[in-house]
Structures are given as C-alpha cells and as structure tokens.
Write a protein that binds this ligand. Structure first.
Ligand SMILES: NC(=O)c1ccc[n+]([C@@H]2O[C@H](COP(=O)([O-])OP(=O)(O)OC[C@H]3O[C@@H](n4cnc5c(N)ncnc54)[C@H](O)[C@@H]3O)[C@@H](O)[C@H]2O)c1
Length: 256
C-alpha cells in the first residue's frame, strides 16, 4: 500500500502482458488505487476485457494491442500512453513466457530466439522507449518480471527461460544504477510458480507442474494478486530507497 492515501490517483502505469495472469491482476490492483492503466498485450480480445474491468472499477484504461518484441510498436505504445494520459510514471513489464519446455540439448535456435525476443528484448525495448520521458520528468519506477528460475538455472526443462530471466534481472540492476540519481527506480520480481495460464502456455507436463508444487515449502502456487500487490508497493512512496534488486516471492523457495 502507498504511504500517502490517493498516491496513485491520476498517475499512470503502463503494463505489458495485461491480458492475463500477473499483468492483469496488477492492472486491477492499480485501478483499485485510482491509477490510469495502459493495458498492453498481443491478445486483443483479452486486453480489451482487462480495460473494461478497469472501467467498471471506476478508473481510466487504454487498451493497446502491441507485440513487445517489435521496437517500433513499443515506441508507438509509449507515445500513445503519453498522448492518452499526459505522462507515464510507472512501467510494469509482465509480458513473458517460457515458450515451451525443452531439455538443454533440445533447445534449438527458434526456441532460444523466441524466448530472448519476448523476455529480454521486450523488456529492453519498453525500458528504452519510456526512459527518456521519465528522465525528462525526473521521476519513474520500472518493475520487471524475473523468475526464481534465473537463480536455479532451469535444469531439465528451462535453461533458455532461466537465462533470459537472468538477463532481465541484470538489465534491471544496470538501469537502476545508471539512473539512480535521476529520479528513476527499477526493480525486478522473481516469483516461484504462480497460478496463471503461464504453465499451459509453455505446455508444461502435469508431472513437471506437480514437481513445482511439491517443491514449494508452502505447498501451493502463488495467486497472481500476491505478486501484483508487491508491484504496487514497489511503485509507491512507501518504497523510495529500494532499487536495482530482485525480490523473491516463492512460498519458501524451491529447486527451480
Ligand atoms: N506464472 C508463473 O509461474 C511465473 C513464475 C515466474 C515468473 N513468471 C513471469 O511472470 C510474467 C507474467 O506471467 P503470467 O504467469 O502472468 O503468464 P500469462 O501467460 O498469464 O500472461 C502473459 C501475458 O503476456 C502476453 N504476451 C505474450 N507474448 C507477448 C508479446 N509478444 N507482446 C505482448 N504481450 C505478450 C500474453 O498474451 C499473456 O497475456 C512473465 O514474464 C513470466 O515469465 C511467471
């Protein structure tokens, strides 16, 4: 929660991956706090649904169908957000995926490229597109999605994904430290398994999902809202000395 009531009222957050899972949950949490929410996703129908829900809560939303792996589209996205709401104070990069599970020796160029394009380049492009605007306002908070996988390396199913999330965590640290005296904070979140369509999107086997579950000391997956509330805290005025690091949210840890 923010330190000042109504801290987020009238401020604007741009959220990628807002059609589903953690991005959608964050969109609704920020709407509850009266922020304007720019909802970005490649899934047009579902990102519009998120925007409708935000309007029902009583906040303003802009739904944009954008592929974050396309630099020009990402630059348009930031301009549309600024045109729509007059500025962007917060960026939450939730768009991401493991694409598909594969043992290390079966990771081909196509899988490696798709994984890095989405998780790494998507995050890189959005940060590069929004930072000039944030720097001109001497204010901005960026939250990126890592994964606990980056800490464990993803053996047996996800080295491509773990490595991409490692790059996200490292880029976040670099951006945070480069702009630390210019009103910018950047943080990443590294969750364990979260109850979203993510596993289905990666065609994770029921056996692998069961192993993830058994490995969490709390014996459950996180709810997407449990990550979304952390995004809110990180962006808030209750969190002004925290930057560069990743925060693990994983019910006590695990092997992935
Ligand atoms: N769910 C988990 O267990 C888990 C664990 C650790 C980290 N994460 C990370 O959390 C983030 C959110 O995942 P989630 O669990 O909400 O998954 P999700 O599948 O529910 O949501 C991901 C969203 O990203 C969108 N997306 C995919 N490609 C895109 C593109 N090119 N351009 C724009 N949008 C695109 C999808 O359409 C989808 O709406 C991801 O970065 C993921 O890697 C998830």
């Amino acid at each position: 929660m923010p330190k000042s009531p109504d801290y987020f009222a009238g401020k604007t957050i741009l959220i990628t991956g807002a059609a589903s899972g953690i991005g959608r949950a964050a969109a609704l949490v920020f709407a509850r706090e009266k922020a304007n929410v720019v909802c970005v996703d490649i899934d047009e129908a579902r990102v519009e649904k998120t925007a409708e829900k935000i309007n029902e809560i009583g906040s303003q939303a802009l739904a944009l169908t954008i592929d974050v792996t396309k630099r020009a589209a990402v630059e348009d996205m930031v301009q549309l957000a600024i045109d729509g709401f007059g500025g962007v104070q917060f960026l939450f990069n939730s768009a991401g995926a493991a694409i598909r599970r594969a043992k290390f020796l079966e990771i081909d160029d196509d899988l490696l490229d798709k994984t890095f394009d989405l998780n790494v380049k998507g995050t890189f492009y959005t940060m590069q597109a929004v930072l000039p605007h944030m720097l001109s306002n001497k204010f901005g908070v960026i939250v990126n999605m890592g994964s606990m996988a980056h800490r464990r390396g993803g053996p047996g199913s996800s080295v491509h994904y773990a490595a991409a999330k490692g790059a996200v965590v490292t880029m976040t640290m670099g951006v945070a430290r480069e702009f630390a005296t210019q009103g910018i904070r950047a943080l990443s979140i590294s969750p364990g398994p979260v109850k979203t369509p993510f596993q289905a999107a990666a065609s994770s086997s029921p056996d692998l999902v069961q192993r993830f579950l058994e490995d969490v000391p709390m014996k459950r997956f996180a709810e997407p809202e449990e990550i979304a509330e952390l995004v809110l805290f990180m962006c808030s005025d209750a969190c002004q000395f925290m930057t560069a690091d990743t925060v693990y949210v994983n019910g006590g840890g695990g092997w992935r």
